[in-house]
Design a protein around this ligand. Structure first.
Ligand SMILES: NC(=O)C1=CN([C@@H]2O[C@H](COP(=O)(O)OP(=O)(O)OC[C@H]3O[C@@H](n4cnc5c(N)ncnc54)[C@H](OP(=O)(O)O)[C@@H]3O)[C@@H](O)[C@H]2O)C=CC1
Ligand SMILES: O=C(O)C1=N[C@H](C(=O)O)C[C@H](O)C1
Length: 263
């Protein structure tokens, strides 16, 4: 049995992950965390009326009162780094979906995990199809270096571009390097019209009600084009990856950045 806590359990992803942990026979939910929650027990929430699990408002109380192996984090970009650091300091393996980590923050928690010989996972996207999209895109960029990424999300999302778009751009950059795209004389008549720039490639962020999480990576070359697209129509699409991460981190002694490293 793997003992798991979920941070951000009232959010869209935290709620889905909490249900997944309760259902999975290999996992035991030992606590949930949200500093703004008012409940003392999960069973005070109608959809969890049969689940006797402590709700924590304070991380220090959590580590004093429950023995956790894995810390699932679906919170907000502003706190995910400190949560991950805290989990490692207390011997808990982080499985982090929250986006917004800077490169140096990823390196910092990787260093701490190595010192503590603890496994962990930071995955900008837990959907298997999204991981494949990123890998296919990186491969294609070797032959099609001109590429633009368009990510499309629900309009409650805090960060832009998405963690997935950044990871995709990093993977493409690792394959093709810097490549200047478009007309060098190009001028934006409205600021931002060409999107964000990552090592020469453009990233566009769309936010609309009705969307969940979608991304297309569009390549153009002489007389041909290639479009690679992934859609998460439902948040259940991320749960196979989260469950896999929770199992795999138990036998790792470092933090993997990207689910592709565990497949
Ligand atoms: N890796 C992946 O595959 C995926 C990653 N994500 C990422 O996961 C994150 C969460 O997304 P989503 O569930 O849609 O967002 P939500 O806004 O629905 O949920 C965020 C939750 O975090 C809680 N929260 C706020 N502050 C804290 C804190 N200090 N400690 C603990 N919890 C806190 C919020 O509680 P309150 O409302 O009380 O403030 C809220 O319940 C985002 O960064 C998103 O990009 C999303 C989908 C897939
Ligand atoms: O906020 C979301 O919803 C999502 N966030 C992640 C990201 O920023 O890439 C993963 C997925 O796209 C959903």
């Amino acid at each position: 049995m793997i003992n798991i806590v979920v941070a951000g359990f009232k959010g869209k992803m935290g709620l889905t992950a909490t249900k997944m942990v309760i259902k999975n026979e290999k996992f035991t939910l030992v606590g949930v965390f949200d500093p703004h929650s008012v409940e003392k027990n999960l069973n005070e929430i109608s959809e969890f009326s049969n689940t006797d699990v402590r709700v924590f408002q304070d991380k220090e109380d959590l580590v004093k009162e429950v023995q956790a192996d894995v810390w699932i984090d679906f919170t907000i970009p502003a706190v995910a780094f400190q949560n991950t650091y805290f989990a490692l300091e207390h011997g808990i393996r982080p499985v982090v979906g929250t986006t917004g980590f800077t490169e140096s923050e990823v390196k910092e928690v990787q260093k701490l995990a190595q010192e503590k010989r603890l496994g962990g996972l930071i995955a900008p996207n837990f959907a298997i199809g999204a991981v494949l999209m990123m890998e296919f895109a990186a491969k294609a960029s070797k032959y099609f270096p001109d590429v633009e990424i368009t990510e499309m999300h629900h309009d409650n999302k805090l960060d832009a571009p998405s963690g997935t778009a950044i990871k995709t751009a990093e993977m493409i950059f690792a394959e093709r390097g810097y490549h200047a795209q478009g007309n060098p004389e190009e001028k934006e008549t409205i600021k931002g019209a060409r999107g964000a720039d990552y090592e020469g490639m453009k990233i566009h962020s769309v936010r609309l009600p009705g969307l969940v999480a979608h991304q297309q990576v569009q390549f153009g070359s002489v007389g041909e084009g290639l479009l690679i697209r992934h859609d998460s129509f439902d948040r259940s699409s991320f749960m196979t990856g989260v469950a896999l991460g929770c199992e795999k981190v138990m036998s790792l002694n470092e933090i993997a950045y990207g689910l592709e490293n565990l497949l």
